[in-house]
Ligand binder design. Structure first.
Ligand SMILES: [Zn+2]
Length: 129
């Protein structure tokens, strides 16, 4: 079986051990209103995702960093490509962007946190069907 890259696995919210099973129950495109619903264990290799109680609280630091990055990119684009509009345009754009990207930021921050601090190593033997 072809080895899946860590970038592919993170961007597709895959389990860090097998990179096959999904961390979240529903795909974002199918059921965006239930973006929070997370599997307790990997549906493929049965890895327990919540390493310890409250483990995912740390993901809010990753979420904060991602949100700041989105704000900076939005401000940069508005400043250089829209000729420095009034302040209310900045505020409105950033608020709308953050709300629209909330499900993506939520999932990415949990996934990145799990990969970075979960202490789980990729094992290709778990990838097999
Ligand atoms: Zn797995």
């Amino acid at each position: 079986m072809q080895k899946k890259s860590i970038l592919y696995a993170i961007l597709n919210y895959k389990c860090p051990r097998c990179r096959v099973g999904n961390i979240f129950v529903y795909p974002l495109t199918q059921n965006p209103s239930k973006f929070i619903k997370t599997h307790k264990t990997c549906p493929h290799c049965e890895l327990l995702f919540e390493v310890e109680p409250g483990f995912f609280f740390g993901a809010m630091y990753v979420s904060y960093a991602l949100t700041m990055a989105i704000m900076l990119v939005a401000a940069f684009i508005l400043y250089y490509f829209f000729n420095d509009p009034e302040i209310w345009v900045y505020v409105t754009t950033v608020i709308v962007l953050i709300l629209l990207l909330l499900p993506v930021v939520f999932r990415l921050s949990r996934t990145i946190y799990l990969y970075a601090f979960g202490g789980i190593k990729y094992n290709s033997s778990y990838s097999e069907p």
